[in-house]
Ligand binder design. Structure first.
Ligand code: FAD
Length: 390
């Protein structure tokens, strides 16, 4: 594959300079595109690994210069915000009025924290500067108030407890990560946090006065406004097909901002996982350059809380049965989420090896029995190979 550059001399433009943008440039180059690629990013930093912001970077175990991804062969323009795209004219307009003509455009604008009404001044964790502020807060030694027991709230709670600080977490649902994990696993995770001294309050209907230094992690919203304003269909994310194509010619989207058709799950999904954003970006970059391979990977996510490593494969889709290998609550164990006897997700606690095998099984879409999954002697990869559906 070797896409000739635009005869009119316009570059391929990537909007956003996060990990999906990094993947997109990589994909373009892997597919043999040798023309100009311009990356326009609002933050002043080159692409960096956000997952560290709620883990090692907060604790000082990961240094600032370890956050950044390898340099890419692209014209990286930072501190630059795109305020409008005009798909008809093939132009991106910047704050300040400059116009950047493009040949093909990839939206990799990511997501932003959902704001909690009345708590707009609280600390929301998405960008490096916010992590620096949070580090300062943890260093000040005062009690920490956290709203939301999702992945970010749980990780910040764990980091604050590691620092020996009193921590209170306010969660509206009856358990942490209830929607992803279900009640039993959620109750177990609640016990993990309480066992480490967190004052975890669940089922919270109204919040007390928390002051400006509370940390809020109550989900995200996709940055899909550029597409929506350009008339491109969005529905909780920019709608794209399995190649990352939007409804507008020459406009693609990748990563957290995109809601893509997954041939694996046979549904549209929006995923907010680091590795998926990178790999989705790469697949979309390749497709932009004409190497059109539908993105059909199972999303994979990890989280570190205390000395517990959680790994999750799946897209948070509905399940009708959970099967546990090992003993729920005593790591290592893995919970398998099934729908009509087909694996749709798995969560491993201290059991990354099983999760990586489960990923192959999930991608094979093989029908399985609960006994096969529960039995530690069953090799899930072999099961995937022997009974894969087309
Ligand atoms: P982003 O990383 O959000 O990057 C998008 C970039 O585009 C941003 O820099 C933004 O400023 C820029 N941008 C937006 N609009 C414009 C515009 N109009 N003009 C120019 N630039 C623009 N995932 C995991 O799998 N495991 C984890 O443990 C994990 N931990 C996390 C911890 C934290 C604290 C956070 C915040 C996220 C975590 N994630 C984790 C999620 C993961 O980081 C994201 O899925 C990933 O960063 C998404 O990449 P992206 O490039 O799509 O979007």
């Amino acid at each position: 594959m070797n896409l000739d550059p635009d005869p009119a001399g316009r570059p391929i433009v990537v909007v956003g300079a996060g990990v999906a943008a990094h993947g997109a440039v990589l994909g373009l180059r892997q597919a043999g595109f040798a023309g100009q690629v311009v990356v326009l990013g609002r933050e002043p930093h080159p692409p960096y690994e956000r997952p560290h912001l709620s883990k090692g970077y907060l604790l000082g175990a990961v240094a600032r210069d370890q956050l950044f991804l390898p340099r890419l062969e692209a014209d990286l323009r930072l501190g630059v915000e795109v305020v409008e795209i005009e798909p008809g004219a093939h132009v991106a307009r910047l704050a300040g009025g400059d116009r950047v003509p493009y040949w093909r455009l990839v939206l990799a604008t990511g997501a932003r924290p959902r704001q909690l009404a009345g708590h707009e001044a609280a600390l929301y964790l998405r960008e490096l500067e916010q992590a620096d502020r949070l580090r300062g807060l943890l260093g000040a030694g005062r009690p920490i108030e956290i709203v939301g027991a999702g992945f970010i709230g749980c990780e910040v709670a764990a980091a604050a407890r590691r620092r020996g600080l009193p921590v209170t977490v306010h969660e509206a649902l009856d358990a942490p990560l209830l929607r992803v994990l279900g009640p039993e696993l959620g109750a177990w995770l609640a016990e993990v946090h309480r066992g480490h001294g967190v004052d975890l309050r669940t089922g919270v209907r109204s919040l007390p006065d928390l002051g400006p230094e509370a940390v809020v992690g109550v989900g995200t919203r996709p940055n899909d406004e550029l597409a929506a304003r350009a008339g491109i269909p969005c529905d909780g994310g920019v709608i794209v097909d399995a190649l990352g194509r939007t409804a507008a010619p020459d406009v693609f989207a990748a990563g957290d901002c995109a809601r893509f058709w997954s041939p694996l799950f046979e549904s549209v999904v929006r995923v907010e996982h680091y590795q998926t954003a990178h790999r989705h970006g790469t697949a979309v970059g390749r497709a932009v350059a004409g190497d059109e391979q539908p993105f059909a990977e199972a999303p994979w996510f990890w989280s570190d809380q205390y000395d517990l490593n959680l790994q999750y494969v799946g897209a948070g889709l509905p399940w009708d049965e959970i099967v546990v290998r090992g003993r729920l609550g005593t790591p290592p164990f893995t919970a398998f989420f099934l729908r009509d006897r087909v694996l749709v997700a798995a969560l491993g606690a201290g059991d990354g090896r099983t999760v990586s095998q489960a990923r192959r099984l999930l991608e094979s879409r093989a029908a399985v029995t609960p006994d096969q999954l529960a039995d530690p002697a069953t090799d899930l990869r072999r099961l995937a190979r022997s009974s894969a559906r087309p």
